[in-house]
Ligand binder design. Sequence first.
Ligand SMILES: [Zn+2]
Length: 256
Amino acid sequence: MNRNSETEATVLALKQIGEQNRLVTLFVPKDGVITAVLYGGPKSKLRAMVSPYHRGRIWLYTDTVRKSCKISDFDVQNFRPGIRESLFKTWAASLCSELIIKTYAHGESVYKLVQGFLDGLDIAQEQRAKLGLLRFLWRYQCELGLQYNTTTCIQCGALFSGFKPEEQAVPLQSGGGFICPDCCKNAGKTAALMNSVSIEGIFYLQAIENATPQEVRLLKISQNTFSSLQGFLFERTNKTADNHLKTLETSSIIFK
Ligand SMILES: [Zn+2]
């Protein structure tokens, strides 16, 4: 049985198939990641509409015998032109897209999270967008149920609020939490030599989980905390996708 359907959708990626057509990867609220074929040459109006990170209402035609799905129309409600204006923003959007595809994201709340991130990338200044990327990556971990204990040391139970912001805690490789500065000293490990996160950084993660997005956007963190959080979040994110995120391989070019 063939059928026509329509849904809200965000374009994630395009791949050329043959001379005229494209295979389009879409993110939709209900089914997550789906693919559909876009027919038409360079002059087709629809082809200009179906472009990465555009969001809108899409009409699909599914042929169940040929097991194919084609795009019949796309009414773009948000073009997000700002994403194409900066190398960092384009890179961050492609990291988001790759993460969604490789973790088979689905569900209304992840869809909403991704829209908030891409909308922010579109309009924010680049420095703010970099911090926005870190918030997105942590929220994504929380959506997957992989968040860490950001209140107490995973080993001795000490409250992180009892330490100075610049002291360093070490994330457990197996996940779940951080080892406090005291436990690191007792174990004879120098936190500075390991991939550590400052106490300020742990508070920032806590705020992302508990405060409103408006409140967190107003928080400032030091450059050192930013770098340590970036290292931690890139590593966790890559792990989530079985260390296969190609976009992250080029992160050193973006974060010079
Ligand atoms: Zn401890």
